[in-house]
Design a protein around this ligand. Structure first.
Ligand SMILES: NC(=O)c1ccc[n+]([C@@H]2O[C@H](COP(=O)([O-])OP(=O)(O)OC[C@H]3O[C@@H](n4cnc5c(N)ncnc54)[C@H](O)[C@@H]3O)[C@@H](O)[C@H]2O)c1
Length: 355
């Protein structure tokens, strides 16, 4: 397949995972340009040689404005996503933006407006949708094996202290984990259940996260969120970051349906699992499948990133809307914003979905 689309990547941590797409002849996307910060000049020179890139820069506007680039990958620190994605959309480029899409409801509204105006393709790189385990329970549900879903749970639990050292922007900017963390389980639940009507949430600050980041982190570092969906499903999302990592999978989704229940589990660099019980069988013990660890690339998300690029390439060629789309991303951010308001006020908060 011809490499029809040239991509420029902003941000060289998670963003590095895009580069091996150049070796995949079946995906029409080639990374040709990268943008890091000025202290990464040597890293960029090495990547340029290894992946036969056309250009490297520390000026993101130069990359966005380059007429040779069709797609902008936004893999910069969370608080910069809005500025980078907005500039890319205003230049008429397609965008893949890592999670969280942005860090406020107002920013979400503006990106939706710009995508509608320009008609370009926009995808949020929510890795949970592209992990094999979560895709497996999605297929079980699509095939009707679980019946009608009425309840769900999802979590992303991560002792963030080491990440504050490896990626200092998380403490310095700082990263707001209401969006940067909680967007994972909220998007996973929205993937199955659609729009959220209202949320009730409680949050907690812990010294564990505060002390390592070197400055007060913010209001809360652990979140428990109850969600009521428009279709009547109720669910719980858990985001724990100021913790000593517990002996449990980093990410999980549990689905409860009229014909069966299923659980999928994922941890960075470790093997995962899918377990399911089907009501049609007399013996109600769980079927279990093990998934081998994926270890390539930053955070071990190398293959997942290539899976979402493969999907994005297909959407460009066949003119489909990539998922999660800018609207899906906006509704996830709106749900996280409503959860934050609920944590602050102690009240049940309606979620804004009118994008
Ligand atoms: N599962 C996932 O999808 C997943 C996993 C990890 C990170 N992420 C997201 O990827 C983004 C980048 O996170 P990361 O862990 O790769 O961080 P990182 O520090 O490793 O990389 C960030 C990159 O952004 C660039 N950058 C631009 N301006 C910068 C600035 N002012 N300070 C620091 N870096 C700057 C640099 O090239 C830097 O390498 C974040 O939005 C994060 O939430 C997503």
């Amino acid at each position: 397949m011809a490499k029809t689309y040239r991509m420029g990547v902003i941000g060289l941590g998670m963003g590095i995972n895009m580069l091996p797409v150049n070796t995949r002849a079946d995906i029409p996307i080639e990374v040709t340009h990268i943008c890091g910060v000025s202290s990464q000049k040597d890293v960029m020179a090495g990547l340029k040689q290894k992946y036969a890139l056309k250009n490297c820069t520390d000026d993101y506007l130069q990359l966005i404005e380059d007429p040779q680039v069709d797609i902008i990958g936004v893999f910069s620190p969370d608080p910069l996503h809005y500025e980078h994605a907005k500039a890319a959309l205003e230049a008429g480029k397609h965008v893949i933006c890592t999670k969280p899409m942005v860090v406020s409801l107002e920013q979400s509204k503006e990106l939706v407006r710009l995508v509608d105006k320009t008609g370009v393709k926009f995808m949020v790189g929510q890795t949970m949708r592209y992990e094999a385990q979560f895709a497996a329970i999605r297929k079980m549900y699509d095939d009707g094996e679980l019946g009608d879903l009425f309840l769900g749970e999802a979590h992303y639990v991560h002792d963030m202290r080491d990440l504050f050292i490896a990626t200092p922007w998380r403490g310095d900017m700082p990263q707001d984990l209401i969006y940067g963390g909680l967007s994972h389980p909220v998007d996973a639940l929205r993937w199955f259940f659609g729009d959220v009507e209202e949320v009730h949430a409680i949050g907690q600050e812990t010294e564990l996260l505060k002390s390592r980041s070197g400055k007060p982190y913010g209001d809360f570092s652990n979140y428990l969120v109850n969600l009521k969906f428009k279709n009547g499903v109720v669910a719980r999302a858990m985001g724990l970051y100021g913790i000593v990592h517990p002996p449990m999978p980093m990410m999980g989704v549990s689905l409860y349906g009229t014909k069966g229940s299923a659980v999928a589990e994922f941890s960075d660099f470790l093997g995962g699992k899918v377990k399911a019980v089907f009501d049609k069988y007399e013996i109600k013990s769980a079927f279990e499948s093990n998934y081998p660890p994926e270890t390539e690339g930053a955070f071990g998300h190398g293959r997942t990133a290539i899976r979402y690029l493969e999907n994005f390439g297909r959407c460009l060629i066949q003119d489909f809307e990539p998922q999660p789309s800018v609207r899906e991303g906006a509704k996830t951010i709106a749900t996280c914003s409503a959860a934050y308001e609920s944590m602050k006020t102690g009240k049940i908060v309606k979620v804004f979905n009118e994008f």
